[in-house]
Every structure is written in structure tokens, then in C-alpha cells.
Design a protein around this ligand. Structure first.
Ligand code: IMP
Ligand code: MG
Length: 174
């Protein structure tokens, strides 16, 4: 089946928004250090661009998770594929995500990370689909709220492709 990508958010729009969030985080954490936790793979492009625009000291770590079972499983229990290298104890953690959808993965993940004793923990996502929310998740920094459409680019994939697009697009089928 042929597919096309319709541009939803241009590279310029995304870059400008990331600059804004970077400035906001730099203001909010003035005089402190932040520890960015990237949820692979989707969050990686966003995290790199964001980190470049934060002016307070930054450290980085990565983790990879996958949801157990299928959509029919209610709890959204998450399996850790790759855990963080560093402890979170006493750090100002900001979890960086590509998109918050149902909220299942993230609510479980945040709960688990909170148990590791960070000094503070916030959530930052490039995209949010509020209409799709099943579990309430508090998002502290949001790039864009988008409608319930399947998007790719800037780290987001369709069958592992399109992560490298420098803009956000909607996948359309002919
Ligand atoms: P949830 O919030 O637990 O439903 O999981 C969100 C995850 O589903 C994200 O981290 C993405 O990996 C994936 N996802 C959700 N919506 C999209 C989309 O529109 N495009 C690509 N991946 C998506
Ligand atoms: Mg993700």
C-alpha cells in the first residue's frame, strides 16, 4: 500500500518550539543542574535538540522500554529493555518523550522512576494527543497538542521508518 506524508508541523515550527521549551527549562532551573532522561528511540531527536538549547548544566541518560502484552491489558505494565546507567537520587530529572498518547507507558514509567528518589521529576513531551488519554498523566512541558492522527518524524516512526524526518507529518494511505 502506497503511503504519503502530509506535513503537520514544519521544521521551522518544531525548532522554534524547542527553542521556547529550552528557554523555559533554563529559567525554571536557574542555578541548578538538570538530568534529562530520554525514552528511546522516539525521544532521542527531541532530546538532542532540546539539550542544545538549555543553558543550565545538563547531564543525559537513556532508557528503552516496551509495553507488556497488548492494548487489551489494562495496567500498561512496562518491560525495561535498557535501564538507565546512572542513579536518579537527588537529581532534577526531566523525562523526555516524543509523544504522550494513552498515557499507559508513561504513568507506569514515571511511578517506577519516582521510586529511585530524584530530587524532582518533570515530564517533557514534544507532542501530546489529549483525546487519546486513558490514564491521567501530568505533563509539565508540551511542545504541541495535536489531533488524534498517526504522526511520524522527529523520532516518531511508522514501522521503524521516518524517524529521521526533520518535521512532523501525518501518514496517509492511498
Ligand atoms: P502510550 O502513551 O502509553 O499510549 O504510548 C505512547 C507511545 O506510543 C509513544 O511513545 C510512541 O512510541 C507510540 N505512539 C503513539 N502515538 C504515535 C504516533 O502518532 N506515531 C508514532 N508513534 C506513536
Ligand atoms: Mg515513545
Amino acid at each position: 500500500m502506497a503511503e504519503r506524508i502530509r506535513v503537520l508541523l514544519t521544521e521551522e515550527e518544531v525548532d522554534a518550539k524547542i527553542q521556547e521549551i529550552g528557554e523555559q527549562i533554563s529559567r525554571d532551573y536557574a542555578g541548578q543542574q538538570v538530568h534529562l532522561v530520554c525514552v528511546l528511540k522516539g525521544g532521542s531527536f527531541f532530546m538532542c535538540e532540546l539539550a542544545k538549547r538549555i543553558t543550565v548544566p545538563v547531564s543525559l541518560d537513556f532508557m528503552s522500554v516496551s509495553s507488556y502484552g497488548s492494548e487489551t491489558k489494562s495496567s500498561g505494565v512496562v518491560k525495561i529493555i535498557k535501564d538507565l546507567d546512572e542513579p536518579l537520587k537527588d537529581k532534577n530529572v526531566i523525562v523526555i518523550e516524543d509523544i504522550v498518547d494513552s498515557g499507559r507507558t508513561l504513568s507506569y514509567l514515571l511511578e517506577m522512576l519516582r521510586d529511585r528518589g530524584p530530587k524532582s521529576m518533570k515530564l517533557c513531551t514534544l507532542l501530546d494527543k489529549p483525546e487519546r488519554r486513558v490514564i491521567d498523566v501530568k505533563v509539565d512541558y508540551t511542545g504541541f497538542q495535536i489531533p488524534d492522527e498517526f504522526v511520524v518524524g522527529y523520532g516518531l516512526d511508522y514501522d521503524q521508518r521516518y524517524r529521521n524526518l526533520p518535521y512532523i507529518g501525518v501518514v496517509e494511505f492511498d
